[in-house]
Design a protein around this ligand. Structure first.
Ligand code: FUB
Length: 313
């Protein structure tokens, strides 16, 4: 039985699959994955592509969350928030990222600002990883008027937060300019200036993870996008460019990625337009493949598969 049929059979917004495949989620269109491991469970946050077939731009109103304990069977917890739940925003639920701090879950996300031209970063909070999430600040954390070094109004998108081993939190974001700033302990205010990061051919989708002694900065490069990465021994850089990590994602001009370690294995989670029969750049689906490190800490090129990953035990 196909995974989508199993999902329909289960109903009630719950989906499950008994075997792996890519795309990993097939009963709803999912884009811009961000994953968080909490209390032994993986929570996968995604945008929701709602564009019709043949659309030429995104239609995205809300964000979704799924959970799994084996990276193959995913439970659908439904929508956690919509873009206009931020009263100062007018829409466009683009890429987001969730982290946990002191028992609260902070959801950093991209929306289009209602009164300040361009995209902005909002922050919402919840007591549960599956929400509901509420605006934590009542205004944008980052708006386009705070970053005036580009001519475009979409340079403040795709937030990702990294909490270091010492509890300090860092916000990364940007399009064409890669940016970071420290966050205060309350997670909803910047703690110091906005810095630019010097990395080649940066497009968007900054994401930071740590594995062993190394910090890794992965990001979308070029357009259509591939994924590139850089490494550093410090969260504040400098970052050493290490090349292409993932090639063009089939049938999609974006390739937005997240990386996690889970139960002794490492995973590269991204989207492509591979869902049948009408996937594409604005009808995307999340995929999951293995990620392998070399002994020197560099990462092997991702092999995108149709088969997906073996279940984690
Ligand atoms: O989903 C809308 C935009 O497409 C995201 O913000 C980018 O990362 C790209 O995936």
């Amino acid at each position: 039985m196909k995974k989508s049929l199993i999902a329909l059979a289960l109903g009630c917004g719950i989906s499950a699959s008994s075997f792996a495949a890519n795309p990993a989620i097939t009963h709803v269109l999912t884009a811009d994955p961000a994953a968080m491991v909490h209390d032994g469970t993986v929570y996968l946050y995604t945008g929701h592509d709602e564009a019709k077939d043949n659309s030429t731009f995104y239609e995205m109103h809300k964000w979704l969350v799924f959970s799994s304990t084996d990276m193959v069977n995913w439970t659908d917890h439904g929508a956690i928030m919509k873009a206009t739940d931020f009263k100062w925003a007018k829409g466009d639920a683009w890429a987001a990222h969730t982290v946990e701090k002191d028992g609260k879950f902070y959801f950093y996300t991209t929306v289009r600002h209602a009164t300040i031209n361009g995209f902005a970063v909002g922050v919402a909070v919840s007591d549960s990883p599956t929400g509901p999430f509420k605006d934590a600040l009542g205004k944008a954390l980052i708006s386009n008027d705070m970053t005036t070094d580009t001519d475009i109004d979409w340079d403040d998108l795709d937030p990702a937060v990294f909490i270091d081993d010492d509890g300090e939190a860092y916000l990364f974001w940007g399009n064409t300019k890669a940016r970071w700033a420290k966050l205060k302990d309350n997670m909803i205010e910047l703690d110091g200036p906005i810095h630019n990061i010097d990395i080649p051919s940066f497009t968007e989708a900054l994401h930071v993870h740590k594995h062993g002694e190394w910090y890794y900065l992965t990001y979308a490069t070029g357009f259509p996008e591939k994924t590139a990465y850089a490494m550093s021994k410090s969260i504040e850089g400098p970052w050493e460019y290490k090349g292409i990590l993932n090639e063009l994602a089939g049938n999609s001009n974006t390739n937005h990625q997240t990386v996690i370690d889970y139960k002794g294995r490492s995973f590269f989670i991204y989207h492509n337009g591979g869902i049948e029969p009408d996937g594409g750049s604005f009808r995307r689906s999340v995929c999951i493949d293995e990620l392998y490190y070399n002994e020197d800490g560099t990462i092997k090129r991702i092999v995108m598969t149709s088969e997906g990953v073996e279940p984690v035990k």
